[in-house]
Design a protein around this ligand. Structure first.
Ligand code: IDP
Ligand code: MG
Length: 155
């Protein structure tokens, strides 16, 4: 099924430190995803306990949280056709050395946890994660002249 969706992306501290924010945002822009939310976020242990709850029993949980708190992260909400799966496709597999060439993680990173990006993995988690990191008034609906190419007329 094709539908307009929203998804949550975090650009991790390694993206900020390595001056890759522009390059990564540019890839999403070029794909035709619409940026409807964008800000710096200082993550806290409390937020990370919630965000990475599925990893709480992993030996690397503590160091993952420390890594995510090294610098602020860039939080983005992207909108477009099947945004959740399309963004995950651009991002690539968790382990950058197993990710397909052409994906952001394969092209620009080598290791975990420093694989540059978080992206919601399902429509359900996207909805939860959007609420976790963004308030309603921080999300914007607007027309772009490229809408006619990326999402068809009248949408
Ligand atoms: P995802 O980011 O591709 O959705 P998850 O399994 O949800 O992958 O893991 C969240 C994040 O935890 C990864 O992006 C990576 O930064 C980190 N991570 C995952 N597996 C490992 C590991 O084996 N060692 C260290 N960090 C890991
Ligand atoms: Mg995940």
């Amino acid at each position: 099924m094709t539908e307009i969706q929203r998804t949550l992306v975090l650009l991790k501290p390694d993206a900020l430190q390595r001056d890759l924010l522009g390059e990564i945002i540019s890839r999403f822009e070029k794909k035709g995803m619409k940026i409807i939310g964008l800000k710096l976020i200082r993550l806290t242990e409390e937020l990370l306990d919630e965000h990475y709850a599925h990893l709480s029993d992993k030996p690397f949980f503590g160091s993952l949280k420390q890594f995510m708190m090294q610098t602020p992260v860039v939080g983005m909400v992207l909108e477009g056709y099947n945004a959740v799966s399309e963004v995950r496709k651009l991002v690539g597999s968790t382990n950058p050395r197993e990710a397909d060439a052409g994906t952001i993680r394969a092209d620009l990173s080598m290791n975990v946890p420093s694989n540059l990006i978080h992206a919601s993995d399902s429509l359900e988690s996207a909805a939860k994660e959007l609420r976790r990191f963004f308030k309603d008034h921080e999300l914007f609906s607007y027309k772009k002249i490229t809408d006619m190419y990326h999402i068809g007329e009248g949408i």
